[in-house]
Design a protein. Structure first.
Length: 161
């Protein structure tokens, strides 16, 4: 039973509640209802539910569909700036892929931008980083709340002929 697992991490506790709720574990369903209606933390709701009798939980009159906390949503791009090939590299035959790793914060801004697979052209690396710094995202959510999310993104530079 998922409700018997008591994690100190609230996200892990909610994951366990969701798994138990989807398996119709009455303790998890009761704990989910306590989280949604009584605004309890997942850990406290699990503690209460693990000590409750089935009759007490059933008197709460819950249904599976309205007790499981909302699902998470992924990061979505709202605005992007395409990198420009620097003038010094305009005549060079390019087919370069740069991979970047960054975090989208709760406000949708890219932070901690790192190039994990750089180009041999430092000017392209700078162009990619400068462009990405201007992007805006709809942040990912977990249980309807924005969360920091790490993203890996390839940027491809290809000269036009």
């Amino acid at each position: 039973m998922a409700a018997t697992y008591l994690s100190n991490d609230p996200d892990t506790a909610l994951d366990w509640l969701n798994k138990g709720g989807s398996q119709k574990d009455w303790k998890c369903l009761y704990a989910c209802r306590l989280v949604s209606e009584k605004q309890m933390s997942a850990r406290n709701a699990m503690l209460v539910a693990s000590r409750a009798s089935k009759e007490e939980a059933m008197n709460f009159k819950f249904t599976v569909t309205d007790t499981i906390p909302p699902k998470s949503t992924p990061v979505a791009i709202l605005f992007q700036v395409y990198p420009v090939i620097p003038a010094a590299l305009q005549g060079v035959d390019l087919q370069v892929k740069i991979e970047m790793l960054f975090t989208v914060n709760k406000e949708g801004y890219p932070i901690d931008i790192k190039i994990i697979n750089p180009s041999k052209y430092e000017a392209l690396n700078a162009a990619a980083t400068d462009a990405l710094a201007q992007w805006r995202f709809k942040p990912a959510t977990k249980n309807s709340k924005p969360v920091f999310t790490q993203v890996k993104l390839p940027m491809t530079f290809q000269s036009q002929r």
